[in-house]
Design a binder for this molecule. Structure first.
Ligand SMILES: [Zn+2]
Length: 280
């Protein structure tokens, strides 16, 4: 599933390709991809003839700011497990599993492709501080609200559950998923199952700094594309950060720091990768 770095990479590319373009076509071929709405027209009509003013991000959600008739609305997109956005020229053949097509007056098309159909797009108000009402339950975003991250981490101390599950809770901090949680905890030298209440000030600052470092490096490398090749950027290219992972996807391989073997444990429906020697 794409996480903050992959979605941020998409956002930056979208800003370079579709800003100020006017929508003159919206085609939905799978109602499941707009399941937030009862009728297809509730999705299509607000967008038609709108102009893309900006592309924002909160956690793993993309927020397209659309201006139409001097009103501002948002088009929200979540990639789910396998969603991809592609920008294609007019007349180019659409990929298999293309569910939503948004066309612009210059002929360019933005296409939502999603083989497993867990992703979705929907129209919402823009809301205060540019956050659509449907996303107000999300916690601070490490890039958008960096000054709030340490405060959120301090809240981890009220919990006896493992720190990894706290990092995955999107209402505490948004944007981090299974893969980057493992990488962040390795950089912090903290095991995934350390209870939140056991973390001292130094550990929390360590995690905060690791969040900034790992996400920043991953964005520079244009995200991670795993063996399933499911994450692709706007132009179909893969990310490169998987080559710099310390633990995620490296079960049985030597730790890059201590040469011990990377361990994989399956719990709470997810795989956790860590080094038993480096992480305490
Ligand atoms: Zn190690």
């Amino acid at each position: 599933m794409p996480e903050l770095p992959e979605i941020e990479t998409l956002r930056r590319d979208l800003c370079g390709s579709i800003l100020n373009k006017q929508i003159d076509l919206v085609v939905v071929t799978s109602p499941r991809s707009i399941r937030h709405h009862r009728e297809v027209s509730q999705f299509v009509n607000p967008l038609l003839n709108g102009r893309i003013e900006d592309v924002l991000r909160k956690g793993k959600y993309l927020i397209f700011v659309v201006i139409k008739d001097s009103a501002t609305i948002s088009l929200v997109a979540h990639m789910g497990m396998s969603g991809q956005l592609q920008v294609v020229e007019v007349g180019a053949p659409l990929a298999k599993h293309s569910h939503i097509e948004i066309g612009f007056t210059d002929g360019l098309r933005l296409v939502f492709v999603d083989p497993r159909t867990f992703g979705q797009m929907y129209v919402d108000k823009l809301g205060e501080a540019d956050v659509p009402p449907s996303l107000t339950k999300l916690g601070p975003d490490p890039l958008v609200d960096p000054e709030e991250i340490l405060e959120s981490l301090k809240g981890f101390r009220r919990s006896s559950i493992g720190v990894k599950w706290l990092l995955l809770d999107q209402s505490k901090i948004c944007g981090i998923g299974n893969m980057y949680a493992d990488e962040i905890l390795f950089r912090s030298r903290i095991r995934f199952d350390r209870p939140g209440k056991s973390l001292d000030d130094l550990s929390l600052e360590n995690i905060r700094n690791s969040i900034t470092m790992v996400l920043g490096e991953a964005i520079l490398a244009r995200g991670s594309t795993l063996k399933d090749l499911q994450y692709r950027d706007l132009y179909g290219r893969t990310g490169q950060f998987q080559n710099s992972h310390y633990v995620y996807g490296r079960e049985g391989q030597p730790c890059r720091i201590c040469s011990g073997k990377i361990v994989r444990i399956f719990s709470k429906g997810r795989s956790s990768f860590f080094c038993d020697i480096c992480q305490k």
